[in-house]
Write a protein that binds this ligand. Structure first.
Ligand SMILES: C[S@@+](CC[C@H](N)C(=O)[O-])C[C@H]1O[C@@H](n2cnc3c(N)ncnc32)[C@H](O)[C@@H]1O
Length: 406
């Protein structure tokens, strides 16, 4: 295993300015020794943008014993640095097609941007390449200090802000929000969802991508042991279920934790709904209904009946859906959404007068609210169908076959 100091010395020998003891150098390699240690013997793709005279490529090849090193260079002469484990790709870091091709061919675990050092290139390349970085990977932008001080304009266009401002902005948004809000979309949302953490080192920033989802089973076994002998606590099992779901763990295990919470603390509409949610998320709609329907009946809970109705619609069981929506309406007659869905379910069954009267009751309750428009439309449409059927004198048993477009 090469230590951080040894990596720094490799840099001295190969004369890269990433080492702490070469003229006008930075001390990146001291940090990289620590940051890259876990990848030293892994068969990863390591991309460096900016080949220079090949010095850093030699360092990476010596340090990473199993990796493929991909050097991106704009100068065609850089192909001279290619060998058995070093691949050279000629192109520019501001060419999206080129970057996409390289990343598709060599999905990277580590990327270092030591290319043009132009502020807008650094930001553009990060936005294009970071989505291709594999989970648990690291994206580093070097030489950010060049955009400060008296020589700043040699490295950036007059009106470019230092690229550091952009990456500090990303760090700020991570610090400011626990989870993305609807205002975060596109790249900003992607970054908030996928960045694990950010290291700031002298003149460079390292952005870590979230690792792949963990295997929870061993940790949950540990917690089960930890809880042994303690007084049973329903809230602990509810929190464990939430944790399992947030970490994409097994829905069965989450449901088991919720059922345990109900055994300890008793059933409640909230827990029954959570349990049904878990089953519904893994498309086990019958299992979800097996929890919901008894819960809705036991607690006379309109929301649970409504949820049961929606699951029955998804299962195309329209009689059961109509029955569940009707129970929701019975418990809460002034809820326009319940009435709307009851009306649709009755229409599916061909019970048009009943559907119309449910929609009309919903409309009466919805006056002045956002639900008024859709209910008014539904009432109008049902009236039209009934009028057409009456004019045609369609026998009641065939009326379900005639419909007016929605
Ligand atoms: C500082 S040198 C790289 C030094 C090298 N990484 C090392 O440590 O030994 C910067 C390199 O980026 C290359 N470069 C400049 N503009 C580029 C661009 N738009 N796309 C890709 N590479 C670029 C330059 O040709 C030069 O080889």
């Amino acid at each position: 295993m090469v230590t951080a100091l040894e990596l720094d010395l490799l840099g001295v020998v190969e004369a890269t300015d990433k080492s702490s003891a070469v003229d006008s150098s930075w001390d990146y390699l001291v940090h990289y020794g620590r940051m890259f240690k876990c990848f030293q013997d892994k068969p990863i793709n390591f991309i460096e943008i900016g080949t220079g005279r090949g010095a850093s490529l030699r360092v990476w090849k010596s340090f990473f014993r199993q990796a493929r090193i991909i050097g991106i260079g704009i100068n065609p002469n850089a192909v001279q640095f290619a060998d058995d484990r070093v691949t050279i790709e000629i192109g520019s870091q501001d060419d999206p097609g080129f970057l996409a091709r390289v990343c598709a061919k060599y999905p990277p675990t580590i990327v270092i941007d030591d290319g043009s050092h132009r502020a807008n290139h650094m930001i553009y390349t990060f936005e294009r390449v970071f989505p291709s970085l594999l989970p648990g990977g690291i994206y580093i932008i070097e030489d950010l200090a060049l955009h400060f001080g008296e020589h700043a304009n040699d490295w950036k266009d007059e009106n470019d802000a230092p690229a550091a401002d952009h990456f500090l902005g990303i760090a700020r948004s991570l610090l400011a929000r626990a989870f993305p809000t609807p205002a975060d979309w596109g790249t900003s949302r992607y970054n908030l969802e996928h960045i694990d953490r950010i290291d700031i080192i002298r003149s460079a920033v390292a952005i870590y991508k979230k690792p792949p989802p963990p295997d929870l089973s061993a940790a949950l076994d540990f917690i089960e042991d930890y809880l042994r002998g303690r007084a049973p606590d329903a809230a602990v099992h509810e929190r464990l279920a939430e944790f399992i779901l947030r970490h994409s763990g097994s829905p069965d295990r989450a449901a088991a934790e919720l059922q345990r919470a109900m055994q300890i603390g008793g059933q409640s509409p909230r827990l029954m709904r959570a349990c049904a949610d878990v089953f519904a998320q893994s498309n086990r709609l019958e299992d979800a209904l097996a929890v919901l329907v008894p819960g809705a009946a036991l607690f006379r809970d309109a929301e649970l009946w409504f949820y049961a109705g929606q699951l029955n619609v998804n299962l195309r069981d329209h009689p059961a859906a109509a029955d569940a929506f009707a129970k929701a309406v019975e418990l809460n007659p002034s809820h326009p959404t319940f009435a709307y869905h009851l009306s649709l379910a009755l229409e599916q069954l061909g019970k048009l007068p009943e559907a119309l009267s449910a929609a009309q009751r919903g409309l009466d309750a919805a006056m002045g609210s956002q639900h008024e428009g859709p209910l008014r439309q539904l009432v109008g449409r049902l009236r039209d169908i009934i009028t057409v059927q009456d004019k045609l004198m369609v026998p009641p048993e065939q009326r379900a076959d005639i419909s007016v477009p929605r």
